[in-house]
Design a protein around this ligand. Structure first.
Ligand code: A3P
Length: 324
């Protein structure tokens, strides 16, 4: 594939000419917003994210105990980050000094491609063990950065229609505009063409699905809808996978339910830090918490839109056991 070029090993600066040359040699297209995207290792990324990805692939030094939370945007990342933090931090904090009361889940679990916006970030200040990171890149791109290290990867995926509608609401919230039908239509077109940041959606999901089949010990494939319908079972599965299963005493004392309550949409949304806090880039924490309902897309997509996306999904996921 012409977008899978070797990255020269000697690159150091983020604005290195060779990096820029590499990016400009990749296939490019524009998304719903007219933003130029570049196709790298099968998925589309905007220029500044791609710089971070290239730096991250070259410069990241994984530790075997690292945990990476991965997702396509708007698939339940915030929830999974909160659950993972709460799992790993359980019994270390009182109800007053829990990390989730002090920062938004995205502040606690940073994106690797954003950390690596500078080519040599200082990761020594990450004191937690295991270190917790996140990413929106596709599996093949992440795996290259992890360089055969047996880090644990947890991927959350969600019904494409709800992802699309959630993405649209998020774009409106960032722009501080009322939900506009025309933007939903253009986002829908971008999704269907696959030319959307981090897309195509199906390439992304299938990359982690295959990764989880090949390496089930280190890649967990979680479904947002199952987290909603069966949270206890899914949280226990996550704990087992991360090597910190609940003890019988913990289960009997209600530790599972405590974590689920702490990380519920209702609770997180109402925490002061999430009502009033802002991300370093200026976006409000509150825009990460909306309805969290399964099937909300029915309220916005026309029957024709649903039919078209159903046909695409049927074709793209043929041969996999992924069911929407
Ligand atoms: P909706 O827009 O459908 O409400 P991400 O975290 O990947 O950006 O995904 C955002 C979606 O997850 C939003 O969906 C948001 O409301 C939902 N969400 C955020 N926190 C959640 C939680 N604690 N439980 C369930 N859903 C949550």
């Amino acid at each position: 594939m012409d977008d899978e070029k070797e990255i020269p090993k000697n690159l150091q600066r983020e604005d290195d000419e060779e990096t820029m040359n590499l990016i400009s040699s990749l296939p490019s297209d524009v998304d719903f917003d007219g933003k130029e995207l570049f196709k790298y290792q099968g998925c589309w990324y905007e220029n500044k994210i791609l710089l971070g990805i290239l730096n991250f692939q070259r410069g990241f030094e994984p530790q075997d105990t690292d945990i990476v939370i991965a997702s396509f945007p708007k698939s339940g990342t915030t929830w999974l980050k909160a659950l993972t933090v709460a799992l790993l931090e359980r019994s270390k904090h009182s109800s007053d000094d829990h990390p989730l009361l002090l920062d938004n889940p995205h502040g606690l679990v940073p994106y690797l491609e954003l950390i690596f916006k500078t080519s040599k970030p200082d990761l020594t200040n990450i004191s937690s063990s295991p270190r917790l990171f996140s990413t929106h890149v596709a599996f093949q791109t992440l795996r290259e950065a992890l360089k055969n290290s047996p880090c644990k990867i947890v991927y959350v995926w969600r019904n494409v229609k709800d992802v699309l509608v959630s993405f649209w609401h998020f774009q409106c919230a960032i722009r501080k505009i009322e939900e506009e039908g025309s933007m939903l239509e253009s986002i829908f077109e971008s999704f269907c063409r696959g030319v959307i940041s981090h897309g195509p959606f199906w390439e992304h999901v299938l990359s982690y699905w295959k990764g989880s089949l090949e390496d089930p010990k280190n890649v967990l494939f979680l479904k947002y809808e199952e987290l909603k319908t069966d949270p206890n079972v899914q949280l226990k599965k996550l704990a087992e996978f991360l090597g910190c299963p609940f003890t019988v005493e913990e289960e009997e004392s209600g530790s599972v339910e405590e974590i689920l309550d702490l990380c519920s949409l209702r609770n997180l949304k109402n925490l002061e830090i999430n009502k009033t806090g802002k991300m370093p880039g200026g976006a409000s924490h509150k825009i990460f918490f909306r309805k969290g309902e399964v099937g909300d897309s029915k309220n916005y997509l026309t029957p024709q839109m649903e039919e078209r996306i159903d046909m695409i999904i049927q074709e793209k996921f043929r041969g996999s056991d992924i069911k929407f």
